[in-house]
Design a protein around this ligand. Structure first.
Ligand SMILES: Cc1cc2nc3c(=O)[nH]c(=O)nc-3n(C[C@H](O)[C@H](O)[C@H](O)COP(=O)(O)OP(=O)(O)OC[C@H]3O[C@@H](n4cnc5c(N)ncnc54)[C@H](O)[C@@H]3O)c2cc1C
Length: 393
């Protein structure tokens, strides 16, 4: 194995803490949460107490004061355990950076400390029933009236939507200005006019709560504007590199875990007087998957290094997201095949991982959106076309 060089001994101690937490607090209960369609609030508080939330948020705002290496450890260990229910990465590494980078001092002091303790859970609302990949088509508005914005509209597929106390909401503050009329709003979920819809039933990531959200004349003070009015798209775009890297890190760790479970299984399973591992087909399949994921592990680590230096190119992040999530889908399919009928049973982690993996080629920017971004970068003459800005979730 090519040794990983990006983590220090201190990071590995942190990894041990994360693993112990997952073993004790998540793995024994995940099946129950899958049936419930959500993870309990208590888990968020326990994660906060253990110092596992907002690990890259500066200490002055209640975070651990770490960097993306700590985030990567959290993301990897959760993915490796198939713990897709508690969406700590969304809370800590997708939403918290919006507050850190664009929040006022008052917003940061108010929201980041309770996010780090798990008292406040957050969600990000971009996707709408008729606009997902093409976010510019969003219809939700936040129109200024005196010292307030009045929000009307609807969001869909919102992770943590049922649990969240606070939303980072993409809205049109100037509906006639296209992409230049989009702004980000902080919306507390106890405001009159806000309603949560159904628990959306999914084929995977079943312990994750996924909601429809409705806004009917929801009033928020003008001070809830996050970042600058009309610059919502620019703010979103600055976060996309990290969001794609998160999906890359998740995909590689999930692929490695699936290959590991399959090696264990084929080493035990007997048929036709030999072990499943003894068939050349098994060895070739595992060899192919291992080689592909090994290359992607090296790619992911290099992307993490570049990101730590602020030098990860958004197009390279899109390429990494696309290739690693596509591989994850193939690995899930081929590993499940080696498990036979047992692989189709929900009680086997590979069955869950297969269903969970299907999401990663759609969310965080669909594969086709990534291809468009990469294609345009290779073909300068096409760059004048409007760049897609998708939800990074
Ligand atoms: C489980 C889950 C959790 C989610 N969590 C959140 C969340 O927390 N917050 C949030 O805001 N959103 C969330 N989403 C929404 C997610 O970001 C969108 O599903 C995604 O952006 C795709 O949008 P869409 O579903 O509207 O599909 P569409 O935009 O309608 O795309 C459908 C298909 O069209 C194709 N396509 C898209 N763009 C192009 C293109 N440029 N060129 C060619 N083909 C293209 C692709 O095959 C794509 O899959 C979540 C979704 C799921 C399933």
């Amino acid at each position: 194995m090519i040794p990983r060089t990006i983590f220090s001994a201190e990071h590995e101690l942190f990894r041990d803490t994360v693993r112990r937490f997952i073993e004790a607090e998540i793995k024994p209960h995940h099946g129950k949460w899958e049936k419930a369609g959500e993870t309990p609030r208590e888990l968020w508080r326990k994660a906060g107490e253990t110092g596992l939330l907002c690990v890259a948020v500066p200490e002055e705002y209640g975070g651990m004061g770490g960097n993306f290496l700590h985030s990567a450890i959290m993301i990897e260990e959760m993915a490796r355990a198939g713990a897709t229910g508690p969406t700590f990465y969304l809370h800590s590494d997708i939403v918290a950076p919006y507050l850190v980078d664009f929040g006022t001092q008052e917003q940061k002091r108010k929201w980041l400390p309770p996010m780090a303790t798990g008292e406040v859970v957050v969600a990000v609302g971009m996707t709408e029933p008729s606009s997902g990949s093409d976010l510019q088509g969003m219809a939700t508005t936040a129109l200024r009236q005196g010292d307030e914005y009045v929000i009307n509209g609807q969001k869909v597929f919102i992770t943590n939507g049922h649990t969240a106390d606070l939303l980072v909401l993409a809205c049109k503050t100037d509906p006639k200005a296209g992409g230049k009329g989009v702004s980000l709003m902080l919306v507390e979920t106890d405001r009159p006019g806000f309603q949560r819809g159904r628990h959306l039933e999914k084929i995977g990531c079943k312990a994750q709560d996924t909601a429809e959200l409705f806004f009917a004349d929801v009033r928020v003070p003008a001070s809830n504007l996050l970042g600058q009015e009309g610059r919502g798209f620019i703010h979103l775009m600055t976060q996309l590199t990290q969001e794609r890297l998160i999906q890359t890190v998740r995909a590689v760790a999930a692929s490695e875990a699936m290959i590991g479970w399959t090696i264990d299984y084929v080493s035990e399973r007997k048929m036709f007087g030999q072990k499943l591992a003894d068939f050349q087909n098994t060895q070739f399949k595992l060899a192919e998957m291992h080689a592909e994921v090994l290359a992607q592990r090296v790619l992911a680590d290099r992307c993490i290094e570049l990101h730590l230096d602020g030098k990860l190119d958004p197009v390279d992040a899109a390429a990494a997201k696309m290739s690693t999530t596509e591989t994850q889908g193939r690995v899930a399919d081929q590993c499940l095949q080696l498990f036979g009928g047992w692989g189709y049973m929900w009680e086997y982690p590979i069955a869950r991982a297969f269903a969970d993996a299907r999401m990663t080629r759609i969310g965080g920017g669909a594969t086709e959106v990534m291809k468009q971004i990469i294609g345009r970068s290779l073909l300068p003459a096409t760059r004048k076309q409007r760049p897609p800005v998708d939800s990074g979730v």
